[in-house]
Write a protein of this length. Structure first.
Length: 260
């Protein structure tokens, strides 16, 4: 069903939402940066750009501005108590919005990640005190335009931030070091990137399509005493498992700190 959706904030994640939604819904966008407005108008024909008033007719309002700008925004935005509010601002709780908007406002908090730019994002959602199950489903239906969604308890949102919100950076770091290692083995950068990128993309696709989980697929690649086993032994001795958990824990801790 076609909806009227207001998006406040036309930055990177706001654009990802516009890209996923504008062909199927009536999308109103509030953006204050003049160059950004021109860019969005030229790239996404049919969206309606303007000031905060453009969201007045929207039944769903997505707040896609920086967390530090949110409190001021909520003193200006004509949200209205009858709209569904979806926030993608990291760290801000549903109670924050309920307090600053007032009334029994229906709030859904969402944490998308960077692959949303290519409609392959992973977004976790949770409902506030007054959000109904139908509101959660509506939010999922909207956010599925940029990938997949999963419903979690709000107490798990800091962990979501650590696992999937920050997750793409872990992948990019690993790939960065993988390419660097390939170049030290003698490949030029172009060939190293080709080898690593295709191996990464192919492996990710296989993981998504296979009935086997990651540990089972790894075992299928790893012959006892073979070349892959030699590499796995290095990862094991370097305690990669402990390092990963330490990194996730640090990200979760920082997410909690930023929410205060």
């Amino acid at each position: 069903m076609k909806k009227t959706i207001g998006i406040i904030g036309g930055g990177n994640m706001g654009e990802a939402l516009i890209k996923g939604l504008y062909s199927k819904h009536c999308v109103y966008v509030c953006e204050t940066n003049a160059s950004r407005i021109n860019y969005l108008k030229n790239k996404y024909r049919g969206i309606i750009l303007g000031d905060l008033k453009v969201v007045e007719d929207a039944s769903v309002v997505i707040l896609a501005v920086k967390p530090q700008d949110m409190e001021l925004l909520l003193t200006q935005v004509p949200v209205g108590k009858n709209k569904l509010i979806i926030s993608i601002a990291a760290g801000l709780t549903t109670k924050f919005f309920e307090k600053h908007i007032g009334g029994k406002v229906r709030v859904v908090r969402a944490m998308p990640n960077m692959p949303a730019f290519v409609k392959e994002g992973m977004t976790a959602v949770c409902g506030g005190r007054y959000a109904k199950s139908a509101d959660i489903k509506t939010a999922q239906g909207i956010l599925n335009a940029i990938g997949e969604t999963v419903v979690v308890k709000e107490s798990m949102m800091d962990a979501v931030t650590a696992v999937s919100g920050s997750g793409p950076a872990y992948v990019f770091l690993f790939v960065e070091q993988w390419i660097s290692g390939a170049m030290k083995l003698g490949f030029d950068k172009v060939r190293a990137k080709q080898l690593v990128y295709k191996t990464l993309i192919g492996s990710a696709y296989l993981l998504g399509q296979s009935p086997f989980d990651a540990s089972e697929l790894r075992a299928k690649v790893t012959s006892k005493g073979g070349t892959t086993q030699a590499a796995m032994d290095v990862f094991s001795k370097g305690k990669l498992d402990q390092l990963m958990f330490k990194a996730l824990s640090a990200a979760k801790k920082r997410s909690k700190e930023l929410a205060k």
